[in-house]
Ligand binder design. Structure first.
Ligand SMILES: [Zn+2]
Length: 396
């Protein structure tokens, strides 16, 4: 690339980053349509609990629906079967998770011309015929397993193909990146059993949300590659524990795994990450104070912290994360995408508003000089490689 081309490209990308949702160039649209796009984290099922919609139809209040999935070239959205630490405490996580799986099944059954459930990468090409979007399922938080190892196989039978071992607080399985202090110093004894059982039945181990130690232990213990379904790099957001250290990115890659970069501003933009981390701490302090007041029989009048409003990050910051994963791991085999659409209260980077916008990301990768073959790996090829490997190694 000579200096003039570079200058043109730089001013072009400046133009793009200043514009609101600049249309992606035709070449990017074509590649997004032709490549297999696998997005490992879309919180549509929880959105349906809050407000039901028929996601086969245009659903402007949400970030995932069938028409926009097709427009953006999305092939395999992993529907997040999410339960919170509070639901774990309340003993409702198993119930909530099963009801969410029902809602994903209902969507596919209601619209067999538009959706199908994807349980194995082997079925991808066959099920896709006629323009279907293939719904896979990932369970965010191992809370629904409760304390019964048999639940791993039961959720596999229901179609769950990854489990994020913990969420915002430590649970029975693992320490969380965002709890106030470690409980297990990594995985619990039950958590170690869970990882082995996931390997046995063929469920991918997801290390997003886990503490530094828990990630390292899960990577070591798993006999197959692991994924981070929606995690960016702490390098760009110092102090934000929820993101991955360079050491853990390298460890995940050394084992053959993949880091799926999210599009939420708090993951990729330092000021947004700081505001979000402060909010998470304030919310936890509020929760603890409320519990203490209730235990003491005292009135509790503090106001609940509100989700912070911050200036959105940019698609360039998402691309910086992908670039750094590629640099740290020596190639394009260990980076992917896990948007967190419908999961961040709309706090997305300014150019990626919904599942219609993958071509914008593709255009950015093309401008940064990525070859089509590498872009295809990042969009979905890497995740499908790991999923296939986990499935092949399973002995259910
Ligand atoms: Zn999450």
């Amino acid at each position: 690339m000579n200096r003039n081309t570079l200058a043109v490209l730089v001013s072009f990308s400046l133009l793009l980053s200043n514009a609101q949702a600049a249309p992606a160039p035709e070449a990017a649209r074509r590649l997004a349509q032709d490549a297999t796009i696998v997005d490992t984290h879309i919180d549509a099922p929880e959105g349906l609990v809050d407000h039901w919609d028929d996601l086969a139809l245009p659903t402007p209040g949400k970030e995932f629906d069938y028409p926009r999935a097709r427009e953006g070239g999305l092939d395999v959205p992993f529907m997040s079967i999410y339960t919170s630490a509070d639901q774990d405490d309340a003993g409702t996580a198993w119930q909530v998770a099963n009801a969410m799986i029902d809602s994903v099944e209902a969507l596919a059954q209601r619209h067999p011309d538009k959706f199908a459930l994807l349980r194995s990468p082997k079925d991808l090409k066959r099920l896709q015929r006629g323009g279907k979007v293939l719904l896979a399922m990932g369970m965010e938080n191992g809370a629904p397993l409760v304390d019964d190892i048999g639940n791993v196989a039961k959720f596999h039978a229901r179609g769950v193909r990854y489990i994020t071992l913990a969420h915002g607080r430590n649970n029975r399985i693992s320490d969380s990146a965002t709890d106030t202090q470690p409980r297990w110093h990594g995985l619990s004894p039950f958590g170690q059993q869970v990882v082995k059982e996931m390997n046995r039945v063929g469920i991918m181990v997801d290390v997003s949300h886990l503490s530094e130690d828990a990630i390292r232990q899960a990577v070591e213990l798993s006999s197959v590659p692991v994924i981070a379904s929606h995690s960016a790099l702490r390098h760009f957001t110092p102090g934000f524990q929820r993101n991955l250290s360079d050491e853990n990115v390298k460890a995940i890659a050394a084992k053959g795994g993949v880091v799926q970069v999210p599009f939420g501003s708090m993951f990729v933009d330092a000021p947004a990450a700081k505001a979000y981390a402060d909010y998470v701490s304030a919310r936890e302090a509020y929760r603890q104070a409320k519990l203490a007041a209730a235990a003491a029989g005292q009135a509790f009048t503090a106001t609940e912290p509100q989700f912070p409003k911050v200036a959105p990050g940019s698609v360039a910051e998402v691309l910086d994360n992908i670039d750094r994963i590629v640099q740290l791991t020596g190639g394009a085999d260990h980076a992917g995408i896990g948007s967190d659409f419908d999961g961040v209260n709309g706090a997305l980077v300014s150019e990626l508003h919904s599942v219609a916008d993958y071509p914008v990301l593709v255009a950015g990768l093309q401008q940064r000089g990525y070859k089509d073959a590498d872009i295809r790996k990042i969009l979905g090829g890497n995740l499908l490689r790991v999923w296939s490997e986990v499935e092949r190694a399973a002995t259910p």
